[in-house]
Design a protein around this ligand. Structure first.
Ligand code: SAM
Length: 288
């Protein structure tokens, strides 16, 4: 199975425009799809990922030439990681946010509501809080708030209540068990949706387990120092909470000229070939 199909690859390369000898940071290397193309253009890449599995995958699959450096770490420490690796003045930085297809599809990682697995959702296995710790221990009102805020889930309260009833009988241990609790809430209300009813609640839990929004907010200001004048920042986001943070940052920062008046999305062809690209939005800016 393919580890991850890179999203909006051409648009990303157009903005980054890598040239031989350029220094580029891929802050979310994942399966290495974007990095591989940048390396082909002769640029040097620092690839970062907080998931050790992604780093191991790259070591196995990509030819580790001297042009690629790898760092396991959180992009919230972007400045420090870049400096430690000699990438302190760079020509481009890419963030391709969220989870990789591998993380989603591998049941043991606990992100998938389609395949049963332990209710985990940690991108970095050294984190201590798992999704099941949240579901089984957080107060009902806190669960409601999480599902509403980070999943924009309209039945957040009912789902929180159903989870708390269920955990009194037995702890919720697997993704399949939680998905069934959520689907039941929708069935009882005779609501049918195009997407699986578990989608939004799972997104909310993933965001909290991995502090995704906080990490993004902490990392963006660090790009201002790292980029050379004329250097480019490209960010691909997958939901409105992430995109809102990026949009606000670009608006507030005095260091950037925005290159995308409106975010760029995938063409029909890409959406057909890779349905996960559907919600992707790319924003790019140039350091001035
Ligand atoms: C959508 S995938 C990237 C895919 C990659 N561009 C490709 O073409 O294969 C997102 C990756 O970012 C990583 N990631 C998410 N948040 C991170 C963070 N705060 N710091 C470092 N890596 C992170 C995830 O572990 C995942 O591997």
């Amino acid at each position: 199975m393919i580890y991850h199909a890179p999203v909006l690859l051409h648009a990303c390369l157009d903005f980054i425009d890598p040239k031989p000898g350029d220094l580029i940071i891929d802050a979310t290397i994942g399966g290495g799809g974007h990095t591989e193309e940048i390396l082909k253009k002769g640029a040097k890449v620092l690839g970062i990922d907080r998931d050790p599995d992604a780093i191991e995958h790259i070591k196995r699959e990509l030819e580790i030439a001297e042009n690629l450096r790898l760092a396991k770490g959180n992009f919230s420490d972007l400045g420090q990681i870049a400096r430690e690796n000699g990438f302190d003045k760079v020509d481009g930085i890419i963030f391709d946010l969220g989870v990789s297809s591998h993380q989603l599809d591998e049941p043991s990682r606990g992100f998938s509501f389609r395949r049963d697995g332990p209710l985990d959702m940690r991108m970095d296995p050294s984190l201590t809080l798992r999704a099941k710790d949240i579901i089984n221990n957080f107060p009902e009102r806190k669960l409601d708030e999480i599902f509403k805020t980070y999943g924009q889930e309209k039945f957040s309260r009912a789902i929180a209540h159903a989870a708390c009833i269920s955990r009194q009988i037995k702890p919720v241990e697997t993704t399949g068990e939680l998905a069934e609790i959520i689907r039941e809430v929708y069935v009882k209300r005779h609501v049918r949706e195009k997407i699986d009813p578990a989608t939004r609640t799972f997104q909310a839990l993933r965001i909290v387990v991995n502090s995704e929004l906080l990490n993004l907010e902490e990392s963006l200001p660090q790009t201002e120092e790292l980029l050379k004048i004329g250097g480019r920042l490209v960010i691909i986001s997958f939901h409105s909470l992430e995109d809102g943070i990026v949009k606000r940052f670009f608006k507030q920062s005095r260091s950037f000229m925005v290159l995308t008046k409106k975010p760029i999305g995938p063409q029909d062809e890409e959406m057909r070939a890779n349905p996960r690209s559907r919600s992707a939005k790319l924003r790019a800016a140039e350091k001035v």
